[in-house]
Design a protein around this ligand. Structure first.
Ligand code: HEM
Length: 417
């Protein structure tokens, strides 16, 4: 691959070299893909564990992503939403819980785990979000500089998810390290290059996380208390509850879906307010009124989740394009979020953008992010506290980026106050 602007024929979304390119070049490439008359088709990543399938279509336009998300009967998640290679169904469920399921099973699990996001539970987390943010501010004020990801961005989402599941502080590091492995993408810092070793490490990471909560689940089933795990493992009025296995998988999903995503949104936020000081000033000038818009714009601009997959369940069409049963489609949220036909001046970070119909939390449909409200709260509270106490906080060097085609991750981001 050459450097600079790529012709559509030179773009290979499966090539790690593409994802190692500067962000601006990758966005340029997606701009070119959005102009194509038909979604481009890419070969599948080769690996030696499972048979390599034929490939996938890249849905890059906002309207196509929205439409595919709205039609789960035609574009399902059950064959895998977070992996391109087809995996055995039990492994899909093991790692992805309901994100890799279709109705009616998806609806059942979602109904049960929605208890985690009931107003009462959310209120409880909101109090915690505030308390953790206060503690973080106190510590960084004393420190003055450091790595923003470790000192700030990673801590809040991790603590919230661990608290949700009743994991004590002694377990945080285990959760952090293993979630980095599961979402390590192609980054050698987290995963070995060898396929077998990679699979083994992934499975071990999953097992470690499951063991942590399954034990808790067994205990709570026998001794229920007023916490979330008890609510999940004891039956509701319809007799529905999670099995140990389902509880373990739900925890992996929370770690996968709710931890790294929010962490990266917060880290991107600091970078964005550093390189766009005008937007920081705008926010500070009318903080409470502009904060909700700023949070949405961070999620649109950063798009922490780059894509999710769907599979065509039958021969069908989508906005005039035909697809065959079994075709894999990758819904590139981060491209839809820069679609010039929906967002004026899409590469501008503009916290006053209104309306902002971004799809950073997924498109409309049964899988729309269950934690969107909580994530917005976490990001909002964190920036409120940061800008209230250390309004000059800024990143001092470009972010050290995660090499991944799936998560728009920041591994380290130096900051000073
Ligand atoms: C900025 C932060 C976040 C982003 C960008 C994000 C993004 C997404 C996206 C794109 C999906 C859609 C999956 C699909 O359509 O296939 C999703 C689903 C989901 N998210 Fe989030 N998420 C965030 C935070 C959270 C948090 C904090 C939690 C929970 C603590 C969470 C829990 C979930 C769950 C459980 C699902 C699966 C829903 C289902 O399959 O029915 N997310 N998220």
């Amino acid at each position: 691959m050459t450097t600079g602007t790529l012709e559509p024929s030179e773009i290979d979304l499966t090539d790690w070299a593409f994802w190692a390119r500067p962000l601006s070049e990758r966005h340029e490439a997606f701009r070119a893909l959005r102009q194509l008359p038909r979604p481009a088709f890419f070969r599948e990543p080769e690996q030696s564990i499972m048979p390599t399938g034929p490939g996938y279509y890249a849905l890059v336009r906002h309207a196509d992503i929205v439409e595919a998300s709205r039609r789960p009967q035609d574009f399902c998640s059950g064959n895998g939403a977070i992996n391109i290679t087809d995996m055995p169904p039990d492994l899909n469920e093991y790692f992805g819980s309901m994100i890799n399921m279709d109705d009616p099973r998806h609806a059942k699990i979602r109904r049960i785990v929605s208890r985690a996001f009931s107003p009462r539970m959310i209120q409880r987390f909101e109090d915690q979000v505030q308390a953790v943010a206060d503690q973080i501010i106190e510590e960084i004020t004393a420190k003055g500089s450091g790595d923003f990801v470790a000192d700030v961005a990673a801590r809040l989402p991790l603590k919230i998810i661990c608290d949700m599941m009743g994991i004590p502080e002694s377990g945080y590091k285990t959760v952090f390290d293993n979630s980095n492995i599961i979402l390590g993408g192609g980054d050698a810092e987290f995963l070995p290059e060898n396929d077998e070793e990679y699979a083994l490490k992934l499975l071990q990471a999953g097992q470690t996380l499951k063991d942590l909560v399954e034990e808790l689940g067994r205990h709570r089933r026998e001794n229920p208390s007023d916490d979330l795990v008890s609510a999940l493992v004891t039956a509701n009025i319809d007799g529905e509850s999670l099995t140990d296995q389902e509880l373990g998988s739900f925890f992996i999903l929370l770690v996968v879906a709710g931890n790294e995503t929010t962490r990266n949104a917060i880290a991107h936020g600091l970078k964005l307010f550093t390189v766009h000081p005008d937007q920081r000033e705008l926010l500070l000038a009318d903080f409470e009124a502009r904060l909700p818009g700023a949070v949405e714009e961070i999620v649109r601009y950063a798009s922490p989740v780059i894509w999710m997959r769907r599979t065509a369940t039958r021969d069908t069409e989508l906005n005039g394009q035909e697809f065959k049963a079994g075709d894999k489609l990758l819904l590139y949220y981060w491209s839809g979020n820069r679609d010039e036909s929906v967002f004026a001046d899409p590469d501008k970070f503009d916290i006053t953008r209104d309306p902002n119909p971004h799809i950073g939390f997924g498109g409309p449909g049964p899988h729309f992010c269950l934690g969107a409200h909580l994530a917005r709260r976490e990001i909002g509270v964190m920036f409120r506290e940061l800008f209230r106490h250390v309004p000059g906080i800024r990143s001092t060097a470009p972010p050290d980026r995660l090499l991944s085609s799936f998560i728009n991750g920041i591994k380290r981001l130096p900051y000073e106050l």
